[in-house]
Design a protein around this ligand. Structure first.
Ligand code: 6PG
Length: 233
């Protein structure tokens, strides 16, 4: 595990862009799983100006809201506006279907083709970028939601009670197979959950992904790290 604490959100985004660009340049596996939400947007925007073999890069979404890509809430829409409209990489967006289970099953097949592996071995993600919610969710694995209990599927529809809506999300088995997991967390409002995960091994979805990760890297700004007892590296 590696923790880096950066001065502020802008510095975090610069370092995250460096980490991602470096990984995509160094590794033959040029797939990347992307988080939605607001934290990674600046990182994706900065990546548009980084020198990366973009033609060989294939990106997928670790989760999506149950909306079409042109909806303002779409994670893929955000990633496309921030980065994929500006570089010759391929973004594999989650298909939209009125039936979220159909959309999730289609995307699971896409991920099997994109990330290799078989049903037994399962797709093998390379680098995966994740955010963390104040409640400890990551991707769309929310506390108490059914997707947390599913050890069979790699990607599935998940009813999120607090949001009274369907989400589509990578599951723990898929995320656990990532070669590297990069968590991006910014802001004072995340300080409590960061300390819960990193110092108290809380029973939270993001903590489970962290524990299962083969190589977990946390990029925090000072505000998000402010409840940690030790300085971190
Ligand atoms: C989403 C994200 C979600 C996000 C966290 C943190 O669909 O919203 O994938 O898991 O990473 O909610 O969101 P912020 O970065 O906006 O705080």
């Amino acid at each position: 595990m590696r923790i880096r604490i950066l001065t502020n959100a802008a510095a975090l985004a610069e370092v995250a862009a460096d980490e991602i660009a470096g990984w995509l340049t160094r590794h033959v596996d040029r797939t990347i799983g992307l988080a939605g939400g607001s934290t990674p947007r600046l990182t994706y925007e900065l990546l548009a100006d980084r020198t990366v073999p973009w033609e060989a890069v294939h990106a997928w979404m670790t989760d999506e809201r149950h909306v079409p890509e042109n909806h303002p809430e779409s994670n893929a829409g955000m990633a496309r506006r921030a980065l994929f409209d500006h570089v010759p990489a391929t973004l594999h967006a989650v298909p939209h279907d009125e039936n979220p289970q159909v959309a999730a099953a289609d995307y699971e097949e896409t991920l099997r083709r994109l990330l290799g592996g078989t049903r037994g071995g399962g797709p093998q993600p390379g680098l995966v970028v994740l955010g963390v919610g104040e409640d400890g969710h990551t991707a769309s694995l929310f506390p108490g939601s059914a997707a947390l209990e599913d050890n069979e599927r790699d990607f599935m529809a998940n009813w999120v009670t607090d949001k009274a809506s369907w989400r589509l999300t990578a599951t723990l088995p898929l995320l656990a197979r990532a070669r590297r997991t990069l968590f991006l967390v910014s802001g004072e409002h995340k300080a409590g959950v960061v300390a819960e995960i990193l110092e108290r091994s809380a029973d939270l979805p993001a903590a489970a992904v962290h524990r299962l990760a083969r190589d977990s890297v946390w990029l925090l700004d000072r505000a998000a790290a402010s409840a940690l007892s030790q300085a971190g590296t």
